[in-house]
Design a protein around this ligand. Structure first.
Ligand SMILES: Cc1cc2nc3c(=O)[nH]c(=O)nc-3n(C[C@H](O)[C@H](O)[C@H](O)COP(=O)(O)OP(=O)(O)OC[C@H]3O[C@@H](n4cnc5c(N)ncnc54)[C@H](O)[C@@H]3O)c2cc1C
Length: 496
């Protein structure tokens, strides 16, 4: 039986990101993926939000995505655009890039890191004991791992087999999405009616002056809201044609679909992200309406939160209790996404009173403070892990500052490329001593002359040092002394 430190069930965006993070930390990891290749039937996510671009930048791979997509102001709440171009980040925008490309680029990175992928096989079950997990595969073989992570999507077998509850709300609305040819020319763009929102676009598009401009030819991408939440089975061309006729009075001679699928606003979250040696991440841990484009982003960021912690546990740097912080930090983040998607779905309802509520929200969001707060939420830039009282930087993302070191200029994010923690000393050079952790934590003496500004919060007092976790969140803030530094190093990076 092949043995790995970690087996990841599912090689979608979350599983790929997690495997990459683990491999960077030297963990022996393998992915088991049902699909024969990274090809994706259907379009799904349309891009990345600012914080996810930052997270990829922390690993030095953001340019791979940026060079293939188009940057655009994508953050929005219930259809109200939220411009983040004035936000203090190197990436004050989102990226339009279809999920199949995002997965292809991530898979390329994972391949460079030499992670084995067992393709065309499913995880069909597992049994965990005190020292590990036996993972059963659909080809009759098994893998042995210290930990199994279910990144196997919304219908996660790992979650079900682990007996993890998935409480939440059943769907109230559904839509068919498809890519197909049409004999007649549909009117491209969005239509709203009593049933909800519908749209036609082309697969190929450009962004000019911040506006999506579709190509003149090529397959049409369709979204049509159904009258009632559709059944769980796979939708057919006939279902799609009927739904189009009901809304547009014609199906525009639709034919030759490359794929048809259905999404709903089902909203559920795993009650626990870990049961002993089995963990969940991404859609396996949370599902919700796609409104706001947050699912893939949340999954990738789950992976970046979990990766280094799991690596330290399997490398025996940290006790298993470090894994408890994964649920403690990431469950509230997804709970907030569930909440904001439910609110947005409600605001999209076509009822005159709801419409006036939407107008009211839109008016509120035209004011600067609500705009910045909601934009920071939708772009993921305001994520705050509860690490206790203290400086506003504690538990928040480290900004990608331009530093000056003895060796010349340096961007903070370049220090995180290897997913290793950093103690950034901006005070007197040599003023901090972390010798017992020198094998685990990089100590960098640098200067920074600018201001410290956080999205939505504004300017904060400049710290004299910060301890940055591999996921880019700040675990300790120095105020001229090293009070609390040893405790923070021990909590996050193991005993001296
Ligand atoms: C219409 C639509 C639009 C969306 N738009 C956006 C958007 O703009 N932005 C955004 O952030 N998100 C968006 N999302 C959500 C996004 O697509 C998902 O959140 C994202 O794909 C989740 O990634 P994941 O890796 O967690 O799960 P998945 O992408 O579902 O990947 C799970 C993987 O596991 C594999 N698998 C499943 N079971 C097994 C098994 N037993 N054994 C082995 N392999 C298995 C599957 O083949 C799959 O590759 C959208 C979704 C939809 C439906």
């Amino acid at each position: 039986m092949a043995e790995y430190a970690v087996v990841v069930a599912g090689g979608g965006p979350t599983g790929l990101m997690l495997a990459g993070e683990l491999a960077l930390a030297g963990v022996d990891v393998a992915i088991v993926e049902r699909r024969a290749s990274q090809e994706l039937a259907g379009s799904r996510a349309g891009g990345l939000h600012s914080r996810t671009i930052e997270v990829l930048d922390q690993r030095g791979i953001a340019d791979r995505f940026l060079s293939e997509g188009q940057t655009v102001q994508v953050a929005a709440f219930a259809g109200v655009p939220l411009d983040i171009s004035d936000f203090p980040t190197r990436h004050p925008y989102g990226l339009g890039l279809w999920q199949n490309h995002i997965e292809r680029i991530l898979a390329g990175w994972v391949d460079e890191l030499a992670v084995p992928i067992y393709r065309e096989r499913e995880v069909t079950g597992f049994a965990q004991d005190d020292s590990g997990v036996d993972v059963e595969l659909s080809d009759g073989t098994s893998l042995r791992a210290e930990y199994l992570v279910g990144c196997d999507g919304g219908r996660s077998l790992v979650r079900k087999e682990a007996g993890i509850e998935f409480p939440g709300w059943n769907p109230t609305t559904s839509a068919l999405i498809a890519e197909a040819e049409m004999a007649e020319e549909p009117e491209l763009g969005i239509r709203r009616d009593a049933r909800g929102i519908h749209s036609f676009g082309r697969v190929e598009y450009e962004i000019r002056d911040g506006e999506v401009v579709y190509m003149d030819e090529g397959p049409v991408r369709i979204m049509v809201t159904e009258e009632h939440p559709g059944p769980a089975g796979e939708p057919t061309l006939r279902d799609l044609s009927e739904a189009l006729v009901a809304v547009y009075g014609t199906d525009y001679g639709i034919h030759s679909p490359t794929w048809i699928s259905r999404f709903t606003d089902m909203t559920r979250q795993a009650a626990a992200y870990r049961v002993r040696r089995v963990l969940l991440a991404g859609d396996a841990a949370h599902v919700h309406s796609p409104v706001g484009g947050q699912g893939l982003n949340t999954g990738v960021q789950d992976a970046v939160n979990l990766g280094w912690k799991l690596a330290q546990v399997v490398n025996r740097t940290s006790p298993e209790s470090l894994l408890d912080t994964y649920h403690a930090e990431r469950h509230p983040v997804a709970a907030r996404v569930l909440r904001n998607t439910m609110a947005q779905v409600a605001l999209f309802r076509q009822d005159d009173r709801i419409k006036t509520l939407g107008d009211t929200i839109s008016e509120l969001l035209s004011m600067d403070e609500p705009r910045t707060r909601f934009a920071a939420m939708m772009s993921g830039l305001d994520i705050h892990y509860e690490l206790g009282e203290g400086h506003p930087l504690l538990g928040r993302r480290m900004p990608d500052l331009d530093l000056v070191t003895a060796n010349g200029p340096l961007r903070v994010f370049t220090l995180l490329h290897d997913a290793r923690p950093v103690l950034l000393n901006l005070g007197e050079p040599g003023g901090l001593d972390i010798t017992p952790w020198a094998d685990r934590v990089q100590l960098i003496d640098a200067t920074y002359g600018g201001t410290w500004e956080l999205p939505a919060l504004g300017e904060v007092t400049a710290p004299t040092a910060v301890l940055i976790r591999p996921d880019g969140y700040i675990a300790w803030v120095g105020d001229g002394t090293d009070t609390g530094l040893r405790a923070a190093l021990t909590t996050w990076f193991g005993s001296p």
